[in-house]
Design a protein around this ligand. Structure first.
Ligand SMILES: [Fe+2]
Length: 215
């Protein structure tokens, strides 16, 4: 009865009108799974192109449908789309700093993006990484980060170093040329990103599996 002790609870029951529903505001100019292109702009983002794909599963290995996969990262210069980022004005305006994907029955998700750059200074240096948040009712929200195999700065990153070797392996992704990927992966990327004109220059592909714990 905390509410009534503050006099805020109100007396009426059964007479409350539902809050009117309204359309969701345009928080971002574009929020899909292709971060290399912002709707309404002509040019694509600068940087080294990447495809990332994976399956969202539970701890028993069963694919999870309707999982909301959100990612965010810096542009090719290490700049976030964030008012607190001091280099905000120099940010690549053609880079869609956020991406979103909702999994289907097979749990599959994918993104097309660019390789983020490291940022920070001697006091707080971050190796290149991509932030992930995965949400699905019935599961604990999963907040994690993807790292790049072979990146020398990983060894100097405090957050990365804080993980056990086993956990590092689970969040470190190996990227290789799309032309060398299995045909099933090539076909999935081709159809997801409508690459009818051929692959973008020097694009690499990597797999990042996501495992959620049930509540
Ligand atoms: Fe970050």
């Amino acid at each position: 009865m905390l509410g009534s002790s503050l006099g805020l609870a109100g007396a009426a029951t059964g007479s409350a009108k539902p809050t009117p529903a309204q359309t969701e505001g345009p928080f971002y100019p574009d929020l899909d799974n292709d971060l290399t292109f912002v709707a309404s702009r002509e040019k694509r983002a600068k940087g080294k192109n990447l495809y990332i794909h994976g399956i969202v599963r539970d701890t028993e290995g069963k694919p999870i449908a309707n999982a909301l996969v959100d990612i965010w990262q810096t542009d090719h210069q290490g700049i976030y789309d964030h008012a607190g980022d001091p280099k905000q004005k120099e940010k690549d305006q053609n880079f869609q700093s956020y991406g979103r994907y909702v999994t289907g029955e097979d749990g599959f998700y994918c993104f097309k993006t660019i390789r983020p750059r490291h940022y920070g200074d001697e006091k707080f240096q971050r190796t290149p990484h991509i932030h992930y948040k995965v949400a699905r009712r019935g599961y604990h929200e999963l907040t994690t980060q993807l790292y790049f195999e072979g990146e020398a700065l990983n060894a100097k990153d405090g957050i990365y170093k804080g993980l056990s070797k086993e956990d590092q392996a689970l969040v470190t992704v190996s990227f290789g040329p799309i032309e060398e990927a299995p045909e099933t992966v090539q076909a999935a990327m081709k159809s997801a990103f409508k690459e009818e004109k051929g692959w973008p220059n020097e694009i690499t592909v990597g797999e990042f599996a996501l495992v959620m714990k049930a509540v």
